[in-house]
Design a binder for this molecule. Structure first.
Ligand SMILES: Cc1cc2nc3c(=O)[nH]c(=O)nc-3n(C[C@H](O)[C@H](O)[C@H](O)COP(=O)(O)O)c2cc1C
Length: 149
């Protein structure tokens, strides 16, 4: 089974927790996972994986979490054709650009040739359903990965 790479950027831990729930579900389905905080990852690493999940919370009127800003720009030179991806993150509907960082990451993966496996997961921190939503999403993702593999 091909490994899944998860890279996440999280300021207060909500998106990091989502990455943990997602990894837990995938691993329970015998899908191997490598999960990294974006500050300890390099864009070139993405090429080594068939399955790529990117996660970020949203800040400052629709920006990526700060550790992800340079990383996303440095992804520009990558060719991700033949890879399969998805994006996730935590945000708050109190803000105008709800989960904009997740949209940015999904669009980035697409623009580099990566096929998007399922609609992005955008969790609203006001609803306090992050774990449930992350686990449900990861279960659908696991089905997709098993079919592609
Ligand atoms: C100053 C500030 C700006 C924010 N801007 C946005 C925003 O533009 N869009 C959004 O969806 N959430 C926004 N949020 C909410 C955070 O993204 C949300 O609390 C999220 O759960 C944090 O996730 P993290 O712990 O993974 O960093 C903002 C929060 C703060 C405090």
């Amino acid at each position: 089974m091909e490994k899944v790479l998860i890279i996440y950027g999280s300021k207060q831990g909500s998106t990091a927790a989502m990455a943990g729930y997602i990894a837990d579900v995938l691993e329970s389905r015998n899908i191997p996972v490598v999960s990294k905080n974006v500050f300890e990852a390099k864009p070139e690493e993405l090429k080594e994986y068939k399955f790529i999940l990117l996660g970020s919370s949203t800040w400052s009127d629709g920006d990526l979490q700060s550790d992800f800003i340079d990383f996303e720009r440095e992804m520009d030179d990558l060719d991700l054709k033949g890879r399969f991806g998805a994006a996730f993150g935590s945000g708050s509907s109190r803000f105008r650009f709800f989960c904009e960082a997740v949209r940015i990451l999904e669009a980035k993966l697409r623009s580099l040739g990566c096929r998007i496996m399922l609609p992005s997961l955008m969790v609203n921190d006001l609803e306090r359903r992050s774990e449930e939503e992350s686990r449900e999403w990861a279960a659908v993702l696991a089905d997709e990965i098993e079919q592609i593999n």
